[in-house]
Design a protein around this ligand. Structure first.
Ligand code: S6P
Length: 600
């Protein structure tokens, strides 16, 4: 069994009503990863495997509905049938997927995959995406627009102009993003056109209830109205609990994986019903979900090689060098997404972990087109890698080639050769259909050039179907998430299983930061918030101006600062001034060690 080092009770400890009762599941800390900050690379991978296995645990008792629960599978069927109706009569209709951060990036990934499938069948696209902050958020951290419900409404309205029927799928792992709450509210106000679907991973009563500036609704009140409408299938809630994230609150991991699984299952079922006369059934949905569970097992069956990759990437980050993903075809976007999340999650620089895509923006095919004019961070083509990165690569940098045997493997060989001239620290992560020998020779070349090779051969025979690509993508996501998370853990970015140096760039992160300070300093909430504000505004005394400003103002200012939470913590624990706290942290730049020294 996946995560066999853990007993069933440890795997389920988070479900107890006494476990961190004030927090929604998506914000709880996972008991399985409490010691991840001191773990070896192999233990980190085992912990991540156990956390991922929680996605597919069966429901016990009534506490939480799970991915495989009857209610969830039934709702997936119902939503698939709604999509099927649109596919059969697409005139003036749209299916919109929308979210913030990772949720928005997955909305983009999934809509592009399924529009491509439609085009291959000579059908016009019916899917569209909205991501808070626009296309630049696909590649970089844009956390502030997440707080803006009006912006959510307006951007939804804009994509739907002139449409008579819209199935809106709002994704918010924590049932918390005001941007998505605004969009759902807009759907509820316009039921003649919009049917809202909410995807997230907390039970409805744990949806965020914080007042939204200028609004009469909260995320929770919207969810409550949707629950009522769900009884008559005028709204849908898909919200299984999948357990707390390995790094507390890091919903890019299980939250993102489950989003991908759920939406691919729904859209694939609708496509099969429309184009292959395979009606949507309970069993077909369940079997499809089970296939993803096998993908987890297949992926982690190679944990030794994943461990090597984590070790290599961790070593690079530890000595201030970088990790590059060079991706091809379908998997390249997963590399970009994983890399782009390292900044908001670990406070990393965009150069620390970076993704490059064969074909650049042509392959990405995003709404706003090439974004290269926004700066080096947005240069994503392999040519950009060759110009900007390759010349300064050394053996201390780690490079991962990410591809499948359906891609042009000769191009992978070419690039591998060029990279190998600069660094021997080259690794391959690739997928192929079992029995597909078409690229065997080129693969031999690549194997000789690489230090390690993570090969996954999938059993479906030589032909590659859309659904196999979905599995390969998930598998790649799990591996890259493990590499980037593991590497940052090894770099000392995590304390216990908390990201101590969290960026305080939106209200969710502001609340998370305050809670973390409370937990680590055992001081009252008001004092912790005060310390946080002092660190944000870089003052030893708070002015009336500061204390009378709202959270949005605080987070805008925090976006221009670094290390605000570690600074606040040092001040809280020692009573020292901000200047002193700063010099302490300069003397001990590994945040985990600085915190440990203070706490001991
Ligand atoms: C999480 C990631 C964030 C979230 C974003 C949306 O690891 O860094 O960007 O995706 O905050 O969260 P949610 O809960 O609305 O899906």
């Amino acid at each position: 069994m996946a995560g066999s080092d853990w007993t069933l009770s440890a795997m389920r400890e988070w479900e107890s009503p006494d476990y961190e009762p004030s927090l929604p599941v998506s914000e709880k800390s996972n008991p399985l990863t409490r010691g991840i900050d001191r773990a070896s690379a192999s233990s980190i991978v085992r912990m991540l495997q156990a956390c991922d296995a929680q996605m597919f645990q069966e429901e016990t008792g009534a506490a939480y509905q799970r991915l495989l629960s009857e209610q969830v599978v039934t709702t997936l069927m119902e939503v698939a049938k709604k999509v099927e109706l649109i596919l059969k009569d697409p005139e003036d209709s749209l299916v919109i997927l929308s979210g913030c951060g990772t949720s928005g990036r997955l909305a983009f990934l999934i809509t592009s995959r399924f529009n491509r499938a439609l085009r291959q069948l000579n059908h016009s696209p019916v899917y569209s995406y909205v991501i808070a902050g626009g296309d630049r958020a696909l590649l970089s951290s844009q956390e502030a627009p997440e707080d803006d419900p009006k912006l959510g409404m307006l951007s939804l309205k804009k994509v739907c102009e002139g449409k008579k029927r819209v199935l809106f799928i709002g994704i918010s792992c924590g049932l918390s993003a005001p941007f998505v709450a605004g969009q759902l509210e807009f759907c509820l106000q316009n039921p003649e056109v919009y049917t809202p679907v909410l995807v997230g991973f907390n039970p409805a009563h744990q949806a965020r209830d914080e007042p939204l500036p200028g609004c009469t609704f909260t995320f929770r009140s919207v969810v409550q109205r949707m629950e009522e409408l769900a009884k008559s299938q005028q709204a849908f809630l898909i919200n299984p609990a999948v357990g707390p994230e390995a790094i507390s609150g890091s919903s890019r991991m299980k939250g993102g994986s489950t989003t991908k699984i759920l939406l691919e299952v729904v859209l694939s079922a609708a496509h099969a019903a429309t184009f292959s006369h395979a009606p949507v059934t309970y069993n077909s949905i369940l079997q499809h979900l089970r296939a993803y569970e096998r993908t987890l097992d297949i992926t982690y069956s190679q944990s030794e090689i994943i461990t090597d990759l984590v070790e290599a990437a961790g070593e690079s980050l530890r000595c201030g060098r970088r990790v590059c993903y060079l991706g091809w075809g379908s998997l390249a976007l997963l590399s970009l997404i994983d890399a782009s999340e390292c900044n908001p999650t670990f406070g990393a620089d965009y150069e620390d972990v970076r993704g490059f895509v064969s074909g650049g923006y042509r392959e990405l095919s995003n709404k706003e087109g090439p974004l290269t004019s926004l700066g080096a961070e947005f240069c994503i083509a392999h040519e950009d890698f060759l110009h900007l990165v390759l010349p300064c690569l050394t053996d201390k940098d780690t490079v991962l080639l990410v591809y499948t045997h359906s891609d042009d493997v000769s191009k992978v060989v070419d690039l591998a050769r060029r990279v190998r001239e600069k660094t021997s620290n080259l690794h391959a992560v690739y997928h192929q259909a079992d029995g597909d020998t078409s690229a065997a020779q080129q693969q031999d070349h690549i194997n000789r050039l690489c230090l390690s090779t993570l090969k996954t051969a999938w059993l479906q025979g030589a032909s590659v179907s859309a659904s196999s690509l979905h599995m390969w993508e998930l598998s790649t996501k799990l591996v890259l998430n493990a590499v980037s998370t593991g590497a940052h853990v090894l770099k000392g970015k995590i304390y216990q299983n908390y990201m101590i140096d969290v960026q305080v760039t939106n209200s969710k992160l502001y609340r998370r930061a305050t809670r973390l300070l409370q937990k680590l300093s055992s001081q009252p909430e008001s004092q912790c918030e005060e310390a946080l504000l002092k660190a944000i505004y870089q003052v030893d005394e708070l002015t009336l101006d500061i204390t009378s400003s709202d959270v949005i103002t605080h987070t805008c200012t925090a976006a221009t600062r670094t290390k605000v939470v570690p600074l606040a913590l040092v001040c809280l624990l020692t009573g020292c001034s901000l200047d002193e706290a700063e010099s302490r942290l300069e003397r001990q730049p590994i945040v985990r060690e600085a915190v440990e020294a203070l706490l001991s």
